[in-house]
Design a protein around this ligand. Structure first.
Ligand code: FE2
Length: 395
C-alpha cells in the first residue's frame, strides 16, 4: 500500500452558503468570469443572488452563459477568449457538472497556447496536461458530478464526436461553495440522474480498484447506502431540505478523492457512457444507469466474490459462500431495480439507441483510453468485443 493524497479545495457547505460567494472569490480576484448553463440560474434567482454577493465584496462580473449539457470544446474556447479579452482574474462555474467542467477548462485554456483539445485525453501519445489556470471557484446547482471538489473535467469535441476527460492539479477549485438550497428546483428526472452518477462514481472504484482496501470499501458502501436512503426522498419532495443536503454531500464525497484513495481505480463504465453521450447527447447519469448494471453482470462473471460482497452489504443478501454467484446476480438485479424505481432508464432503447453503432462505440471507447494491450482498463480489462457484448445485453 503506497499512495499520496491531496485535495486543496476549501469547502463551504450548507444551506444559504451562496451568500459567502463574494467573500470566497474576493480572496482570489476582482474581476470574475461567471460561467453559467442554459438559464435556470437566472429564472430561479440564483444568478442574481450570486452577482449581488460578488458585487458586495467588490468583485465585478463578466458573463459567459449558455454552457450546454455535454459541454463543447467550442464553448471552452469562447469562454477563455472572453476571460482573456476582459482581463478576468478568477473563474466561477455556477451550475451543474457541465458548467463547472467547462469553467475549469476555460480557466486553464486562458494560459494554453495550443488547441485546448490537446489537454483532454483522446488517445494521443503525449498529453499536454495543463499546468496553470486562473483561480477556479465552483458553485454546484445539482448534486451529481462532484466536480466542485476535484481536479477533473469532461469535455466534448463536437467536431470529432469525442467526449473525454482531463485531470490536472491546477484544475482543483480554490473554493467550492456548496449550497444544497440551490438544488431544490432540480426536476425529479435530473435529480435521479445525479443520484445515479454519484453512485456510479463509487461503484467504479469499488469494482475496479485494487484488492485489500477495507476502509475504501466501507466508504463506498456508505455513500451508496446514503444515496439510496435519501435520494428517493429528494425525488419525492424536491423541497425537502434535509434530503437535498444529504444527497448533495454524498455527491461531493463520492468523487472528491476520499473514497478512491489508494484504490488506483479505473472507470470503464464512465468511459463507455462518455462515448454514448458523445454520439447521442444523452444525460450522463441516464447513460450510466443503462451501462452500469450491464457492465456489472459482465464483470461479476470473472469476480463473483466482489459482487457477492456488494449484494450482502448493500442489499443484506445472505451468502452461501464468499463466491456466491447467485447472490451476486441478485444484488445486481436489485441495484438495477433501484435505478428503475427512481425513474432512471436501464435499457438503451429507452434512450433511443439501437444496435447499429455498437462497434463504433466500442472502437471509440478503446481508442480514447487503453492499456498496453489495447484494452479498456478495468477489472477485467475489456476488448472491443467485450464492450459490444455489454452494450448488446442492454439493448
Ligand atoms: Fe460521472
Amino acid at each position: 500500500m503506497k499512495f499520496e493524497f491531496e485535495n486543496p479545495t476549501r469547502l463551504v457547505f450548507g444551506a444559504g452558503s451562496l451568500s459567502q460567494l463574494g467573500e470566497a472569490v474576493r480572496a482570489y480576484g476582482k474581476k470574475a468570469l461567471l460561467v453559467t448553463g442554459g438559464g435556470s440560474v437566472k429564472r430561479n434567482g440564483t444568478f442574481e443572488r450570486a452577482v449581488a454577493s460578488l458585487n458586495a465584496s467588490g468583485v465585478s462580473v463578466v458573463e459567459c452563459s449558455g454552457v450546454e449539457p455535454n459541454p463543447r470544446l467550442s464553448t471552452v474556447v469562447r469562454g477563455a477568449e472572453i476571460a482573456r479579452n476582459e482581463g478576468c482574474d478568477v473563474v466561477i462555474g455556477l451550475g451543474g457538472g457541465s458548467t463547472m467542467d467547462a469553467a475549469k477548462v476555460m480557466a486553464a485554456a486562458v494560459f494554453y497556447e495550443g488547441d485546448p483539445w490537446e489537454m483532454i485525453a483522446h488517445g494521443q501519445e503525449n498529453r499536454n496536461l495543463p499546468t496553470r489556470a486562473l483561480p477556479i471557484i465552483t458553485v454546484p446547482t445539482l448534486a451529481a458530478t462532484g466536480s466542485e471538489m476535484n481536479a477533473g473535467a469532461v469535455i466534448t469535441n463536437e467536431k470529432t464526436t469525442e467526449k473525454s476527460f482531463v485531470i490536472a492539479k491546477c484544475l482543483f477549485p480554490k473554493v467550492a461553495v456548496v449550497d444544497p438550497e440551490l438544488t431544490v428546483s432540480v426536476p425529479p428526472d435530473q435529480t435521479a440522474f445525479g443520484i445515479c452518477d454519484l453512485i456510479t462514481h463509487v461503484t467504479e472504484s469499488y469494482f475496479n480498484g485494487v484488492d485489500g482496501t477495507p476502509i475504501q470499501d466501507r466508504f463506498a458502501e456508505g455513500v451508496i447506502l446514503t444515496a439510496m436512503e435519501w435520494g428517493p426522498k429528494a425525488i419525492a419532495d424536491g423541497n425537502n431540505p434535509e434530503a437535498r443536503a444529504q444527497v448533495q454531500w454524498a455527491s461531493v464525497v463520492a468523487l472528491n478523492g476520499w473514497v478512491q484513495v489508494g484504490s488506483a481505480a479505473a472507470y470503464p463504465v464512465h468511459m463507455i457512457e462518455h462515448v454514448l453521450s458523445a454520439h447521442h447527447d444523452i444525460a450522463h447519469g441516464a447513460g450510466l444507469a443503462v451501462v452500469n448494471p450491464a457492465w456489472m453482470r459482465f464483470a461479476a462473471e470473472s469476480r463473483p466474490a466482489r459482487f457477492a460482497q456488494f449484494a450482502q452489504r448493500i442489499f443484506g443478501l445472505a451468502l452461501q459462500h464468499p463466491e456466491d454467484a447467485e447472490a451476486a446476480k441478485e444484488g445486481i438485479e436489485r441495484f438495477e431495480a433501484f435505478l428503475r424505481s427512481i425513474g432512471c432508464p436501464t435499457r438503451l432503447s429507452e434512450l433511443k439507441i439501437g444496435d447499429s453503432l455498437l462497434g463504433r462505440y466500442a472502437q471509440d471507447t478503446v481508442r480514447i483510453i487503453h492499456n498496453s494491450e489495447g484494452l479498456l482498463p478495468g477489472r477485467p480489462p475489456m476488448s472491443e468485443k467485450d464492450i459490444i457484448k455489454v452494450l448488446r445485453s442492454a439493448l
